[in-house]
Ligand binder design. Sequence first.
Ligand code: NAD
Ligand code: KPL
Length: 305
Amino acid sequence: MTWHVLGAGSLGCLWASRLQLAGHQVRLILRPSRLAQFSSAGSNILFTDLQQQQHRLALHAETACAGLPIQRLVLACKAYSAAEAITGIRHRLRPGSQIILLQNGIGCQQQVHELLPNHPVLVASTTEGAWLKEAFHCIHAGQGQTLLGRLRGQEPVPAWLGQLDRSGISCQWHPHIDSVLWRKLAINCLINPSTVIHGCRNGGLLQHLPLLQQLSAELEQLLLAAGHADAAANLFSAARHVITGTATNTSSMLQDVQHGRRTEISYITGFALQQSIALGTPHQQLLAVHQALQSRLAQLGLPTD
Ligand code: NAD
Ligand code: KPL
């Protein structure tokens, strides 16, 4: 069965390259302007794997308007583009077509579910690291793990999970993916905005541990109120562990800011704050961090949502 991958950014190119290298049929779905760019660049992706080996891959690409039905769609755009992307492609989905969401943060998964109430939607939480050296040149920077699961419904564990694993996308089924998303959301709320506010690598946050501890206490209460006690356990020490383990890394949000790109703020602190207000949990620190992040983004002329 063909894998349709929407979006030829970092993760889309990583998935498309890995799957095609493993012998699967892959079709990219691109915006019209990006398709023109792709065609004039020879319709191929340059993929640098973890061993620094380069692979030039000829890939089929089309726009969402192309006619063929889609049976398996990997949505590899940012969280803020997900709803619009699904709206543009849903005329090609058929009953039983599977959708796999790769977005970070929370909120867009629910938007997609609302747009596609009758489709099996699987959500992923991934720690793979990929970036684009230039358009359509994908660097696989770090081997991570992708956990996949369903937020709703009773779909069985997909038989194609092994295809991903064998393609080099290390993938595991997780029966409680919502808790995984919430835990990652909390860690991202603790690290990403503060790296932008202080303009530092992850390790720079070791200077700000008391404030992070207060924020962590609020996030723990939010996770508990949202019904994710397992995601709340030892949150602060887990975040501190990530900070020390990735001390020299630049967080994904700071990377977006440094490249003048829109951030996924609305699906990280924005979502957490909205939920905290709805559930009536304390959110003084969360509000302060969210607003400080918005001010910094506004100063830099970037969208604040
Ligand atoms: P990206 O910005 O590099 O790529 C997204 C691509 O989607 C862009 O090329 C954009 O043009 C395209 N796109 C958006 N809307 C589209 C549409 N309607 N039709 C066709 N194409 C469309 O983003 P990324 O780094 O690949 O990240 C994707 C998601 O994965 C994000 O939520 C990110 O947080 C998450 N993530 C990324 C990484 C990573 O290493 N890059 C790791 C973990 C999680
Ligand atoms: O996921 C991350 C990111 O940079 O987006 C880490 C490294 C965990 C920091 O929140």
